[in-house]
Design a protein around this ligand. Structure first.
Ligand SMILES: Nc1nc2c(ncn2[C@@H]2O[C@H](COP(=O)(O)OP(=O)(O)OP(=O)(O)O)[C@@H](O)[C@H]2O)c(=O)[nH]1
Ligand SMILES: [Mg+2]
Length: 675
């Protein structure tokens, strides 16, 4: 870096659908920048990214990969994000920290819809982004044009092709840059060769360039005038428009190439270098004023074995140094990530991505050294839950502590302690998300955990009233036991819970024993005849008798339990199933599939409508038994290219009977016997 070319370190996120080649692209960019000596492969487990055991085991990204490099003397931090929607919390959080995003997709029009939720996130927040259509080396990648059309259909912003492909048969072997009008032929593992524009492409090149210029002219009156007057705009003007329009998220420039065979990587890096906004512009976009004390925003929290808690943050103002005192404590360590390796750093200045050590009170989304900034994305709602059960009972406390750390790292995990069923339920975004959590518990905390489906919180109630007498009398040796009560048991309207009524007159049950009667009833109701909590009933204590020596709390409690055990079966007990109100969101092509999923799961469709703010998407509202929610997200994703999702909340309890109810009761009995 020379004094003449002041620049700030910049950061770009690599995002895009599952397996589109982001981690491979990171590897290719690090190689091109000279940060690594050779290019590893995801399949071989040799990439800089995906180095955690959980990622390697699955050959997919399950957390952020952060690596910095210098390209042509300028420092970049690349944040390679997981493509799987189950790990999108990390992806969304990383996008809050970068100057620009590279959306990596595949040259397949059918997959374009998979990018829709990401593009929506980017456009809503005006995060500058460009598209990189990867894997053009693969045979049959002749469908660039169709892919682009399909992508345009899911992008609010105009997509602007920056280059056109040079083909050999059905393979892309190079490109013509539409601004410089230079042609290049890919050379695997090396920068492309400059060649003459192939004669047959001249016409296509001119047309594509013209449409690029027309797009830019939509946002530049001067350029529009030049085009109308047939004046060739100078290259500088075009470059100026490209970077301005990218920075303001007015257009989305489109590139293509091949991460694995090194096609189009230099072009992509150069485009970033020329067009990506600098961190001062990004700080402005994110609502951080230029002047003031240093600020950095935490976009990821990690609990690492040797360093303890690490808060990964991007610096948006000023400079931090090790040992500095912050509001949240002393800055006990600063780390940088050249080519993905963790090294100690003395300072982190505007633009840098650094990990801040041991800020114990700090959480992801927090601004270190200040406040303000754009609202942080909300944690993704829980969609799939698994019980985490420590194999050793003595590990239970340790397990809860370790899960709390996982939740801190990824706020789209949600911990639920179910007191009713004594279960630790971890909720998350899908099955893999939770199995990765279980692996992390094992790999990092040496906790062997088994997983199981959470118990569905069925309840029971009664349909008919009854009156019953409960008497507990024991004469064993000295002190006896005596409790004697009459109670009425009666159904109550849905949602009223449990009511205890005391109608004792004349002291047939002395005051001091009445709470014991209620306690006995409540104890019984915690696990009714079917094994579930009983709700929506009233128990009225009408009369009783006592013994001046032998009566006690214990005796009346037992009498109450006896009365309940005798009375309940006469009240026509019935199972109550929890019903959720769900709203499924899908692109409208998938609406009928979503409806079929609901009916296939004993659900009741309430209606569907266009999803507000999501052109081309529908929201299907339905009632769904909670028992059917277990793997709903799995089926929904498999039928909607991974983009369908849902939100849910408990709505009401509903009586069930017949075979479904019998099965629930059998399973519950078996579970209670095994417990
Ligand atoms: N033919 C071809 N295959 C590629 C290319 N880039 C990546 N792949 C393959 O695509 C698969 C996924 O690559 P990754 O780099 O892990 O993709 P990713 O986008 O990081 O995946 P996730 O992070 O799990 O979403 C691997 O099998 C790669 O070998 C490419 O340019 N050409
Ligand atoms: Mg990856």
């Amino acid at each position: 870096m020379t004094a003449k070319t002041p620049f700030r370190p910049r950061a770009a996120a690599l995002v895009g659908p599952f397996a589109s080649g982001k981690t491979s692209l990171l590897e290719a960019m690090l190689l091109r920048a000279g940060a690594i000596p050779r290019q590893g492969k995801v399949k071989d487990g040799t990439t800089v990214g995906d180095s955690s055991p959980e990622a390697r085991a699955r050959a997919m990204s399950v957390e952020l990969n952060i690596a910095s490099a210098e390209y042509l003397g300028e420092k970049w931090t690349f944040i390679d994000c997981p493509g799987s929607v189950e790990f999108h919390q990390d992806t969304y959080n990383a996008l809050m920290a970068v100057d620009a995003a590279i959306v990596v997709c595949e040259p397949d029009p059918a997959r374009a819809v998979m990018v829709a939720p990401l593009l929506k996130f980017l456009d809503e927040r005006k995060i500058p982004h460009l598209l990189f259509i990867n894997k053009v080396d693969a045979a049959g990648s002749t469908r660039l044009k169709e892919t682009l059309e399909a992508l345009q259909a899911v992008s609010e912003r105009p997509l602007v092709l920056r280059e056109i492909p040079i083909r050999d048969g059905d393979q892309v072997v190079g490109f013509v840059d539409l601004v410089s009008e230079r042609a290049y032929r890919y050379r695997p593992g090396q920068p492309s060769d400059l060649i003459r524009i192939p004669e047959p492409l001249r016409q296509e090149e001119r047309e594509a360039r013209q449409s690029l210029l027309e797009r830019l002219a939509d946002f530049d009156d001067h350029l529009l005038e030049e085009l109308l007057e047939d004046v060739q705009p100078p290259a500088d003007e075009i470059y100026g428009d490209l970077s301005k329009d990218l920075a303001e998220d007015l257009i989305v420039p489109v590139f293509f190439g091949s991460a694995e065979t090194d096609g189009g990587i230099t072009r992509l890096l150069k485009a970033l270098r020329h067009d990506a906004p600098d961190p001062e512009a990004t700080a402005r976009r994110l609502g951080f004023a230029a002047d003031g004390a240093p600020v950095a925003r935490i976009f990821k929290t990690v609990h690492a074995a040797h360093t303890g808690k690490l808060s990964f943050a991007r610096v948006f103002r000023g400079e931090f140094s090790e040992n500095q005192t912050l509001d949240s404590g002393r800055l006990a360590g600063l780390y940088a990530y050249p080519a993905g390796a963790q090294v100690k750093a003395a300072k982190a200045a505007i633009g840098d991505v650094a990990a801040f050590g041991r800020l114990d009170a700090a959480a992801t989304g927090e601004v270190i050294g200040g406040d303000g900034g754009e609202p942080w994305p909300k944690p993704l709602e829980p969609l799939f839950g698994l019980v985490m059960k420590a194999e050793k009972k003595s590990d239970d406390v340790k397990l809860t502590g370790a899960i709390a750390k996982l939740v801190e790292e990824d706020p789209s995990y949600h911990l639920e302690h179910s007191a009713e069923f004594a279960e630790i339920v971890l909720w998350g975004q899908g099955e893999i998300h939770l199995l990765v959590a279980a692996d992390r518990l094992k790999n990092r905390y040496n906790l062997q955990v088994g997983t199981a489906r959470p118990t569905v919180p069925y309840k029971e109630t009664i349909r008919k009233p009854t009156s019953v007498h409960g008497r507990h009398k024991k004469q064993s040796g000295g002190h006896g036991q005596f409790g004697d009560i009459h109670i009425d048991i009666a159904p109550q309207p849905r949602g009223s819970g449990f009511v205890f009524v005391d109608k004792i007159v004349g002291g047939t049950v002395p005051r001091q024993y009445i709470p014991a009667v209620e306690e006995g009833v409540r104890d019984f109701l915690a696990q009714g005849p079917f094994g579930f909590p009983v709700v929506d009933l009233a128990v009225t204590l009408t009369s009783g008798s006592y013994h001046s020596v032998d009566s006690s709390d214990m005796a009346f409690k037992t009498a109450a339990r006896i009365a309940m055990a005798e009375g309940m079966p006469k009240c026509e007990p019935v199972l109550l199933e929890p019903i959720l109100k769900v709203e499924i969101s899908v692109p409208s092509d998938f609406t009928s599939k979503a409806q079929r999923i609901i009916s296939g799961r004993r659900g009741q469709i309430l209606g569907y409508d266009a999803k507000p703010g999501w052109p081309g998407w529908d929201a299907v509202a339905a009632y769904l038994p909670q028992a059917e929610m277990g793997d709903l997200i799995v089926e929904l994703r498999s039928l909607t290219m991974g983009v369908g999702t849902f939100s849910w909340q408990f709505d009401h309890l509903q009586e069930i009977s017949g075979r479904t109810a019998e099965k629930v009761v059998e399973d519950r009995k078996a579970a209670l016997e095994n417990a």
